[in-house]
Design a protein around this ligand. Structure first.
Ligand code: C5P
Length: 291
């Protein structure tokens, strides 16, 4: 008998680089982004031996059909004509609204799990299209690469050679930032300005941490920090503590610092901000078939 259930560690991401190149007529933005997986993960289990559609996610108040992992399973079912039903359970550890791709990582994990269980798996390009419809971060979080360069909204992806693992500290403020709001603040701040050209990046630049330092920018950071000064204080605290790279991730609210070694003394962060120790990953956690 083939397996009917699978478990995946849905690992979060940080954006080492996030450049906004252009605004589409649709309101979406064309990006150039460097995605890196980190070892902060939700645990996602998917079972297909049911005719119901169910999601169990303690601690998350969202209605089931608004949860991205649930919507991923529905989208997979529509694209593959399988399964008849599903039961998803999620142990959440990645904070929501943090720019770490939490909901998107869960959705990516569901797509990977279902594709591993499916009698007729979807081709990679079809899976990528299903993923993009769910959100701009989902294609990367569905692919089997821990480090990638993304273009378009995030669906045109080039898997890169994994970087050596580094200590990555996260500063999690007690509030989230809505992605839609961050992009609209950016659009307001740059209205009328000429289109940006992509940076002349060579693959050699993306092979080594030291060459990445000048490329590690986030175009959304200034407009978000202008409204949430605490994020800027976290970025500064990481830099003062010796981070090679210190940035906001995605549209915030998380700030991250990349360090060469474990710090002897923890950085001084604003009150109520949680410090989390993680590492960057050199491979993506595999789908584990359960029976
Ligand atoms: O794709 P996702 O659901 O994460 O995006 C949330 C919102 O962020 C979108 O509705 C859009 O307003 C904005 N966004 C954007 N350009 C992107 C990604 C997101 O304008 N590339």
């Amino acid at each position: 008998m083939s397996a009917t259930a699978a478990s995946v560690d849905a690992q979060a991401k940080v954006n080492l680089r996030l450049c906004v190149l252009a605004r589409e007529a649709s309101g979406y933005h064309q990006l150039e982004s460097l995605f890196l997986r980190i070892d902060l993960a939700d645990t996602v289990r998917v079972a297909t031996d049911t005719t119901q559609r169910e999601l169990h996610c303690p601690g998350l108040a969202l209605p089931q059909d608004q949860n991205l992992a649930y919507r991923a399973a529905v989208a997979f079912t529509e694209a593959a004509g399988w399964p008849t039903g599903f039961h998803i359970s999620i142990d959440k550890r990645i904070p929501a609204g943090g720019g770490l791709g939490g909901g998107s990582a869960d959705a990516g994990a569901v797509l990977r799990a279902l594709n591993a269980l499916a009698p007729k798996p979807l081709a990679a390009d079809v899976l990528n299209t299903v993923a993009l419809r769910l959100g701009a971060d989902v294609p990367f979080l569905t692919m089997d690469a821990p480090f990638a360069l993304g273009f378009g909204r995030g669906e045109r992806l080039l898997a890169l050679r994994p970087l050596p693992a580094r200590e990555i500290l996260l500063a999690l403020p007690p509030f989230g930032v809505e992605t839609k709001a961050a992009f609209s603040w950016y659009a307001d701040a740059t209205a009328g300005q000429p289109l940006r050209a992509p940076a002349p990046i060579t693959l050699d630049d993306l092979d080594r941490w030291d060459r990445l330092v000048p490329l590690a920018v986030n175009d959304l950071e200034a407009v978000v920090v202008a409204r949430h000064a605490a994020i800027g204080q976290c970025v500064d605290a990481f830099r003062t503590a010796g981070a090679r790279i210190a940035r906001m991730s995605g549209s915030g609210s998380t700030a991250f610092g990349v360090f060469d070694r474990r710090l002897a003394q923890e950085p001084a962060l604003p009150a109520d901000t949680r410090l989390v120790h993680t590492r960057s990953l050199t491979s993506v956690a595999p789908v584990k078939l359960l029976d």
